[in-house]
Design a binder for this molecule. Structure first.
Ligand SMILES: [Fe+2]
Ligand SMILES: [Fe+2]
Ligand SMILES: [Fe+2]
Length: 404
């Protein structure tokens, strides 16, 4: 299947899930992109290079999934393990043909200007250091410092952290623009919308879409030990079930992509709720139950992903009309959404969790068959699972390991 997509739109939308990791302090990536863009203008960047620095800004924290690491990111100037998320980000981006070119910049976006290895070329050094500077500006803002105070801190750096010409470019943009206003959500939206409109819509192959979806699947799965490999397993199992049900090739590919992305909204759920080893209270449950809606809110911003968005929204709906978020009735739930619903539950039951071993495939199937008898799950999908239980189990736990 071919998808008609605008890479800028896809990246901006999916990166909203990265910004969700901040929970209370979202839009960090977009603010970094905007400030970096303004510095790029001062440096005389051409159109292409300006676009690259925007991609780098919105993707720079793709190696961070957990709320607790994000808290470090916004509170410390430098800390012991700051390189971990840079290495992970590099690894993720290297797997995606469209993002490979940004991997090295993200690798060095917490490297002091005086500590770059000699082999790194000037372009990467410059872009990494721009992202580092604007990232720290936003971190200092999050601590309640105003822009003048931040400028003072940057100026006290004697070229250890940042290239001194970048500090002076930052001073210039502070004198030229009302930066605080420009960093408000509505202004950032206008800025990114203008950038997206200028991007071309072009054909993406299934493999190209799969690479991006897989990358964001990894990001969701890395959020917690409770979600590790979940999206990947759901995608593999959904595709397998669709194939043995003899669905057409496009549907099999689509259900896999939706599987990778279905839980994007979980990045907005605080680690403390996601990792709670006890039943959730009603407020926590409500927050948790928003995740499928949040996934679809992100995905529906991507023209060409309408069906993927719908599938993610429906993955916790049940055929008896008692699911969430919208208590949809059976007639409103298409077959592919029913496939993902079964794959989602099966994967969650058989995977190991910090507080329990994964269930055996037979036990997991029993639970699913009981839910089917209650009228919650599709009987044809559940029968397909029963018939192909051994392979389904392998698919649900099939890992694709990142090197890191
Ligand atoms: Fe950051
Ligand atoms: Fe979910
Ligand atoms: Fe899920």
């Amino acid at each position: 299947m071919k998808y008609e997509l605008n890479l800028r739109e896809v990246t901006s939308a999916l990166s909203t899930s990265l910004d969700y990791v901040g929970v209370d302090d979202n839009l960090h990536g977009k603010r970094v992109a905007y400030l970096s863009f303004l510095i790029g203008i001062e440096l005389g960047f051409a159109e292409n290079e300006l676009s690259d620095i925007i991609f780098e800004g919105i993707l720079h924290d793709c190696g961070v999934s957990s709320t607790s690491i994000h808290e470090y990111l916004v509170s410390e100037m430098d800390w012991e393990h700051s390189q971990d998320h840079c290495l992970r980000g590099e690894e993720l981006l290297n797997q995606v043909s469209f993002y490979k070119q940004y991997a090295s910049v993200i690798r060095y976006h917490h490297t002091h200007i005086d500590r770059f290895p000699e082999s790194i070329d000037a372009y990467i050094k410059l872009h990494s250091n721009i992202i580092y500077l604007t990232d720290r500006v936003d971190a200092l803002r999050a601590q309640g410092k105003n822009l003048d105070e931040i400028l003072k801190i940057l100026k006290s750096d004697k070229g250890d952290f940042f290239d001194t010409q970048l500090v002076s470019k930052f001073e210039t943009i502070l004198s030229k623009y009302e930066i605080e206003e420009k960093l408000q959500e509505s202004e950032l939206e206008i800025f990114l919308d203008e950038w997206i409109v200028k991007g071309e819509r072009k054909e993406f192959s299934y493999v190209e879409v799969q690479e991006i979806a897989l990358m964001f699947g990894y990001i969701v799965d890395a959020k917690s030990d409770f979600t590790i490999q979940h999206s990947i397993g759901v995608a593999h199992l959904s595709k397998f079930l669709a194939e043995v049900m003899n669905l057409d090739g496009d549907s099999c590919e689509k259900v896999e992509i939706a599987g990778f992305l279905h839980d994007l909204g979980k990045l907005k759920v605080h680690d403390k709720i996601l990792n709670k080893p006890a039943p959730l209270n009603s407020i926590e449950r409500e927050i948790m139950n928003n995740h499928s809606k949040d996934s679809s809110t992100i995905l529906s911003k991507i023209r060409g992903f309408e069906e993927i968005a719908l599938l993610s929204e429906l993955h916790h709906e049940t055929l008896d009309g008692k699911g969430y978020p919208n208590s949809r009735s059976a007639i409103e739930i298409p077959l592919l959404a029913r496939v993902i619903a079964v794959a989602d539950i099966f994967q969650a039951l058989v995977q190991n969790r910090p507080y329990r071993q994964g269930l055996s495939k037979e036990k997991a199937l029993n639970i699913i068959e009981d839910m089917c008898k209650e009228g919650k799950l599709d009987s044809i999908v559940v029968k397909t699972l029963r018939k192909n239980l051994d392979v389904a189990y392998i698919k649900a736990l099939q890992q694709r390991k990142l090197k890191i």
